[in-house]
Design a protein around this ligand. Sequence first.
Ligand code: BGC
Length: 427
Amino acid sequence: MSFKLKKNFLMGAATAATQIEGGECGHNWNDWYRQGKITDNSNPARANDHYNRWKEDIDLMAEMRIKIYRFGIEWARICPAEDRVDEEAINHYREEIKYLIKKKMKPLLTIHHFANPMWFENKGGFTNSGNIPVFLKYVKTVIESFGDLVPEYITINEPNVYATQSYYYGLWPPGGKSMLTAYKVMSNMAACHIEAYKMIHEMRKKMGHEDTKVSFALHARIFDPLKPHNSWHRICTYLLDRFFQQAIMEAMTLGVFRWPITKVDTAGKGEYCDFIAINYYTRSTISGFRDGVRKGSPKNDLGWEIYPNGIMRACLNYYRLIRRPIYITENGTCDNNDAFRSLYIHDHLKVLSELDLPVERYYHWCFCDNFEWIEGESARFGLVHVDFETQERTVKKSGEFYKEIIENHGVTDEMYDKFVKDREYHY
Ligand code: BGC
């Protein structure tokens, strides 16, 4: 059960601003909380108080030997109004980024991760193609402010999850329930990504930098029919896969807008991806037009199937579309008692170590327990435990395992016996 990781494989952690920072910033999740939509009623204004404790958190990451860090910045903080940029917020993030670099961690900056300022939301957000320049203006501010420090960017996190949760299932702000609108949002986000990709490259080039890398993070899911020989199950699998990820992946990566994504004027064909960014969690088992979970499969605390081979299939699926280095920009699990996270990490990294593709980076989701969107503080994904009342951080057993994997560049038999053996998933 021991394995070695590939030579240039780097490991780190991922977070998102809204999930860790805390504070009343005038974004749509502050508002969603006030509308009573968080299932455990926890307040994103608390979260991890990372906006004040960033130094302590970075120190802890350094102690855990983390080499790469994917993090977000809060649009609503940077632009509290459409025509205002808050220099204090910019300086705050600059300090944080400089400290990260000082601690020898390579930053990967996510520009948009599910949260919008309310002033943008009130203008129709991404449902309105007239708002594409508004998003691009924010991107311009980001590069003017951080472009000298950060070479690598994710423009938009999981447009497929954002559009479906916020505009089809109605679970996330603003609670829309229209498939048509969800596709409009995906189409507009694809145009935003393409234009942002070009802009970031151009701007950094003018600043004299040649090392720019830009992509978007795809929530890559595996779709399998419940019964492989049942034609209905297969048709539904094909369609859900296309609806959820194939169409948006083609649009954002290559500027190819095909059903059900519609073309937005500004975007042309090209290659808009310097690395493949995959967020992988689970598989859907399909027997109709809805999500399903395989009976008897291992599951996490949210009931998601744990399917380690899926990480390989997700990489292969994307690599067929475009040959680029692969970064796993998120992978992790909700395990409130840290009962099986080490097993999960072991199983997914082992699959990656055996995969004959250029997988170069792995960002575990998440560094510490945080505000998990509508599940609030009730779903723990962290390598580090957070007591939300006292804000005390404690490295979990799986966090110690993670640190040892980084130090040993793999898992030894001793490590396996200490951290993984006898751990079990739920069934
Ligand atoms: C999102 C994260 C989220 C994680 C676990 C991903 O889809 O990017 O923000 O916390 O899944 O649900």
